[in-house]
Design a protein around this ligand. Sequence first.
Ligand SMILES: [Zn+2]
Ligand SMILES: [Zn+2]
Length: 138
Amino acid sequence: MKLTGQCLCGAVKYQCSAEPVISGNCHCKDCQRASGSAYAPTFFVPEDAISIQGEVKYFEIAGGSGKKARRGFCPQCGSQLFGKPEAMPGLIAVRAGTLDDSSQYHPQVDIFVSRAAPWDYIPPSATTFPEMPPNPTV
Ligand SMILES: [Zn+2]
Ligand SMILES: [Zn+2]
């Protein structure tokens, strides 16, 4: 399986040869604000398995763990693509909505659901955590 994707304008593209290490939907307020939506669907892959073309701008903020996280977006169209949380060294987060084939994303967990918006929908079958899971590689 090869994961490929791009931002809205196409200036940033990526290819990944590895399977996601973990996939999940983050409902924290930062993800709501940054995405303008109810949650950020995200999968993590080893940083050395992904190849990125185009300029990505990173915005740094304290993440949910209290450690710093860098959120990467396309400076031309503003699409969010990547995240680099210090709490998960060696891994890069990719926003699943940027995949060319959205069916390649399979969320395993929903995290920070205690912060979810009242109009958010979380399926009853989801594995949920009120905050960060105790072990992020669950
Ligand atoms: Zn773009
Ligand atoms: Zn989040």
